[in-house]
Write a protein that binds this ligand. Sequence first.
Ligand SMILES: *Cc1c(COP(=O)(O)O)cnc(C)c1O
Length: 349
Amino acid sequence: MEFDINSIVRENVKRLKPYSTARDDFKGRASLYLDANENPLAMEHGRYPDPKQHDLKEALATLKQLNPGQVIPGNGSDEIIDLLIRAFCEPGIDNIIVPQPTYGMYKVYADINRVEARLPLLTASFDIDIQAIYDCVDGNSKIIFLCSPNNPSGNLLDQNKTTSLLQSFHGLVVVDEAYIDFANSDGFLPLINRFPNLVVLQTFSKAWGLAALRLGIGYGSWDVVQILDKIKPPYNINSLTQQKAMDAIDDREGILEWARILVSEREKLEKALEDFPFVQKVYPSQANFLLVKLTDARACYQFLLNKGIIVRDRSSTALCGHCLRISIGSPEGNKVLIQALKEYQNTYR
Ligand SMILES: *Cc1c(COP(=O)(O)O)cnc(C)c1O
């Protein structure tokens, strides 16, 4: 199917004249800035951040071997999810497809924007079910949200099935790769130049260890990025975040080392969990968490909570009955968890 961005973008967005910031008409360095009502007495943080995030986009583009025009930073990848829905989905008319179970924010942003979220199921092994998706798709379906590795199940989605959706769907296919740095896969960025309707989301919040900064990135075709750029808040990425993210990119060896440590911790924790009699299944994970099926998820959750250990109870989520989602902690944290589970096992006998 030929992808035509003009056929899916909202009319008001097409017509929108974006806010032009004080810095838009002037490029380069001035000797005196009297254009933005900033406080000239402030020593630092007194000036607005670069609304175009020029240097950050360059750094990210180089890191991912893309063009800066294919990069849109967001105030967390959550902001990109919201921008996508607001740019392409007409409230009360259009819909998005969100195969379940997955990350909750796609539906939340759809609900906030009064856009219908259709929720087909993934397969029992949490992979794409093309038929179930197409049973939900109609002419007003604008975006399919996929997550790979998927939260809360931890698995990568099948590359061929995703490609087949990219080829056959008339709208956007968003692949959220918040956990890709823990996965044994290049993910979908290598396909960005082949599919103009592909958007890949990544984030500095997980492997990069910068959740507090709030920085997520959308990667996509120039056409899509330009639309999102047009509707984003002008100063959505603050200066400190832009700078710290560039520092992290310079130190990416350190981040890769963190990811290696957490993956090895994941493998250890997986083995340890499988030995407990009350653990029925540990789902294979390519992320920094494990979905674990227990004989009594609620009781185990409560026991851990009473010990001050918080995990995520996913037992009322589709296909996740009796499951807890456990983030991989530090080596010490994981020992504390295993010790607590041994105590739980004694109460359970
Ligand atoms: C944690 C998470 C995010 C959040 O990203 P931010 O960049 O912190 O907004 C996005 N997607 C998934 C699937 C996540 O698990």
